[in-house]
Design a protein around this ligand. Sequence first.
Ligand code: HEC
Length: 105
Amino acid sequence: MILLLLTLACTGTITDTGTDTDIVGDQAAGATLFSACAGCHGTDGIGGDDIGGTPSADLTAKVPALTDTELANIIESGFGSAMPSQYTDAQDVADVVAYLRATFP
Ligand code: HEC
């Protein structure tokens, strides 16, 4: 038990807290990750492709209207029935959000 407590105390001091607020999005990395989105939304983000009966959203119109948190949730969880979850790694999600914000302001 003492060993466990010591282990926890030590890791607590030397590791990152792992909270999302520590993570800063990298726009360049997000540009690469966006290729997964471009399959449905297009490289220009305008979308309109028929995805199982639902047109893919126009990111040039949607992104300015959504907060970073809302965008992160959409990337992590997907949207509606036609857009599946894309990325669940917090750094990947932050990178894509940074790219979206810079590209579709
Ligand atoms: C398999 C195709 C597909 C992929 C891949 C995809 N999307 Fe979507 N996305 C859609 C469709 C279809 C909609 C519209 C869904 C609806 O209106 O029900 C949508 C909607 C959205 C919306 C608008 C949500 C709203 O509030 O109306 C955003 C933002 C978005 N996608 C971002 C992304 C990003 C960023 C990626 C990549 C990380 C991505 N999408 C990948 C198909 C896709």
